[in-house]
Design a protein around this ligand. Structure first.
Ligand SMILES: C[S@@+](CC[C@H](N)C(=O)[O-])C[C@H]1O[C@@H](n2cnc3c(N)ncnc32)[C@H](O)[C@@H]1O
Length: 284
């Protein structure tokens, strides 16, 4: 049984955990969740590694995880800030306030109340997602209580970082789980294209050069003897992802993830194939 986090994060890997987590590299002592997002992955391997490090470029998001893990007053603060699911004006005021004077509790309240629970920022990194006519509810309360009980069992194990991945030194004896924003498509001549393979709010942080840097980062992890698993959309609506395709061409092992016992998922009427790629041998 996997534990869901209380962020309702769009792009969460929660539903795929049963296919991903058993494939991890447990030969390593340290686990690094480089793009932690809603945190569902690190939360479910706290008992499996000696040390856990999580990172995300959105600092307030990392601070929410830190607040929950260390059981601070972040939950009460967030509850006080959530607006009623009919209160559009209240939501807009909260959003303005966040953009003037941000805090982790405010971001969590916005995340729970916004459209599709999707964090969306403009080019100036101002939060700009619209009101989703939703709010904190009993279901979220239940998830929070389960999560807090779970974290209590594994104190002092998690290190929290908020940087762009390429500013983080690569460590040895470490297994990296890597779930980046949607990557760029491959052109017919094999070069990297100008468009990302699909849409997500956190895509605004991701540029073509990040895909190239991430590819080089993965090669470096491999070179120093650490290990990685990358997850992502290999193909969508007939288009192919440049970076994942390049890793496959390099000979890394990969598996297709299944959705409802189907090898492909559908976004609208468009077929999507999501995979994991690993640089370590399959366990027997
Ligand atoms: C696909 S989501 C991760 C979802 C996560 N695995 C989960 O289960 O919730 C990708 C994350 O990468 C973060 N991100 C975007 N650019 C980044 C960068 N340059 N360095 C680190 N994190 C970044 C985004 O904020 C987003 O939370």
């Amino acid at each position: 049984m996997y534990i869901n986090t209380a962020l309702n994060y769009t792009g969460s890997k929660f539903k795929l955990l049963e296919q991903i987590v058993p494939e991890f590299d447990y030969q390593k002592n340290n686990f690094f969740d480089l793009f932690t997002g809603g945190g569902s992955v690190f939360t479910n391997v706290l008992d499996k590694f000696e040390n856990i490090t999580i990172n995300d470029i959105i600092t307030d998001l990392v601070e929410i995880h830190k607040g929950l893990y260390n059981n601070t007053n972040i939950v009460d603060d967030m509850k006080m800030l959530c607006v009623d699911k009919t209160d559009k004006d209240g939501y807009n005021k909260l959003r303005d306030l966040y953009n003037l004077n941000n805090s982790p509790a405010m971001l969590w309240a916005l995340l729970l109340c916004c459209t599709n629970n999707m964090l969306r920022f403009n080019n100036k990194f101002k939060f700009n997602q619209t009101f989703g006519q939703r709010s904190f509810n009993d279901n979220t309360e239940k998830k929070i209580n389960i999560l807090l009980e779970h974290y209590k069992k594994y104190p002092n194990k998690v290190e929290f970082i908020s940087k762009s991945f390429n500013d983080i030194l690569i460590r040895d004896n470490t297994f990296y789980y890597i779930d980046p924003p949607y990557s760029f498509i491959k052109n017919e001549d094999g070069t990297i294209g100008k468009k990302q393979i699909s849409e997500a709010g956190y895509n605004c942080y991701w540029k073509q050069e990040d895909d190239i840097k991430l590819y080089e980062y993965l090669k470096m992890i491999d070179k120093i003897g650490s290990s990685f698993m990358v997850s992502g959309v290999l193909s969508h609506d007939g288009k192919t992802c440049w970076m994942l395709d390049k890793l496959i061409q390099d000979g890394y092992r990969y598996k297709v993830l299944e959705y409802d016992y189907n090898k492909v998922s559908r976004k609208g009427d468009k077929e999507t194939t999501e995979i994991i790629i690993m640089n370590y041998v399959e366990k027997h």
